[in-house]
Design a protein around this ligand. Sequence first.
Ligand code: NAP
Ligand code: NAG
Length: 333
Amino acid sequence: MACLSAIIKWVLPILVALYGVYYWQFIASRRYFTSDVVLDGKTVIVTGANSGIGRVTALDLAKRGARVILACRNLQKAEDVAKDIKSSTGNSEVVVRHLDLSSLQSVREFAQQIIETEDRLDILINNAGVAAAAMKAGAVTKDNFDFVFGTNHFGHFLLTNLLLDLLKKSALKRVVTVSSLAHERAPQPNMTREDPSVANFLYPHLENYPLSKLANVLFARELARREKASGLISTSLHPGAIFTPIWKTIVDHRSPIRGVMYYMFSPLMWMLFIDETAGAQTTLHCALDESVAEFSGKYFDNCAEYEPSTFAQDDELAKELWTVSCEATGLKC
Ligand SMILES: NC(=O)c1ccc[n+]([C@@H]2O[C@H](COP(=O)([O-])OP(=O)(O)OC[C@H]3O[C@@H](n4cnc5c(N)ncnc54)[C@H](OP(=O)(O)O)[C@@H]3O)[C@@H](O)[C@H]2O)c1
Ligand SMILES: *[C@@H]1O[C@H](CO)[C@@H](O)[C@H](O)[C@H]1NC(C)=O
């Protein structure tokens, strides 16, 4: 009894006060993109728009009047989200197209369809991502890349390059690539290519989430450098620590109680992470804010420019990764 009353008297208030400080520091401090810019007549593609921050990003763009293309691997989930967005915004120009970033063939088919059917593309948002190969360690994509690296980087690399001419003909000309703070944990990339009969996959050291997210930052930087003259604006960003389904794969990855961990941690994530609306704001800022035009090639966090890791600022590394990515995806460049 005495113990319980001590908890109520001392421990609880301390916990509440600590959480208050945390909330004020990390959650209440998140900035929101408040501009009322309108996108009538503009076309936007959002990859992975059926879930998490991609869904909120697509919703916001649809509210502003854009034609929004949800580029997703799961058509059923995407159609459900498209329906919700259409009914809540009154914008009928919300369409679903199939895109599986873990297959270069799928990326090519998607891009071909866009080029044939769309007369413009103003903004491309490379948002989709996997954090861990949910199924098994050492999983590979259809093209024999590490599953996470292949999906997050090579897929978006090819996609962006195939859509570049269409983007450059448009009014806004923006490419936004959603990276992560996790890129800071990446080692120096070793881009050696090996015979897949001896190595697990084609690029045996290009694997895992941090490296894929470093590749996202280097890609955005090199794209900006190459397209300086065309006026294309390319940025990358950390969206924040957000409570989305992506944590399901991270938390459950290799856990003996797969499928349960995520639900056990959910209340904690709900308290400590930002929500999906807050998580979409830096993407929207990079896609739409006028001031970003002066920051092409840069990395953002919380709606402001932010310094990425040392490797992420290495122009030689960015060029080398570009060359390797062309070889990997079969692009002539
Ligand atoms: N949540 C965070 O705390 C956090 C932190 C830093 C960075 N990020 C980044 O934010 C981005 C969005 O993630 P989220 O948190 O919103 O997670 P999410 O809800 O899991 O959304 C990820 C989206 O990517 C799609 N996707 C996965 N593999 C794909 C493939 N092969 N082809 C096409 N689409 C694919 C998913 O489709 P399915 O629904 O079919 O799986 C889903 O729509 C990711 O790039 C992630 O790395 C998130
Ligand atoms: C890169 O990996 C290859 C083997 O795949 C190895 O021979 C080489 O030493 C590595 N390079 C560095 C700089 O670690």
